[in-house]
Design a protein around this ligand. Structure first.
Ligand code: SF4
Ligand code: SF4
Length: 83
């Protein structure tokens, strides 16, 4: 079972290294729209419907492994990830 991810500074620092280098994140300038990052804790991007999928780097993120997350693409699909 996936654990819920906390919206805290420590997790944000980790997310920066993975969402931050993600081609989807860069291409769609996700940083500029709320919630900016840490989508696995905060939910999908406000511009989720407009996001062009260029791949997801969540799968290499230590939070993804630590909290047994599934699916990835949290910026598009919200807390549950892609099904
Ligand atoms: S949730 Fe996945 S697809 Fe979205 S910006 Fe982060 S790494 Fe990229
Ligand atoms: S699993 Fe994805 S959205 Fe969550 S912290 Fe890691 S890179 Fe960011």
């Amino acid at each position: 079972m996936a654990k819920s991810v906390e919206d805290n500074k420590e997790n944000m620092m980790i997310c920066k290294d993975f969402c931050g280098i993600c081609p989807t994140f860069k291409e769609n300038k996700l940083k500029e729209s709320p919630p900016h990052a840490l989508f696995c804790a905060r939910g999908k991007s406000e511009i989720a419907e407009k996001i062009v999928d260029k791949g997801c780097t969540c799968f290499g993120c230590p939070i993804f492994k630590r909290d047994d997350l599934e699916g990835g693409y949290f910026c598009i699909y919200g807390l549950e990830g892609k099904k």
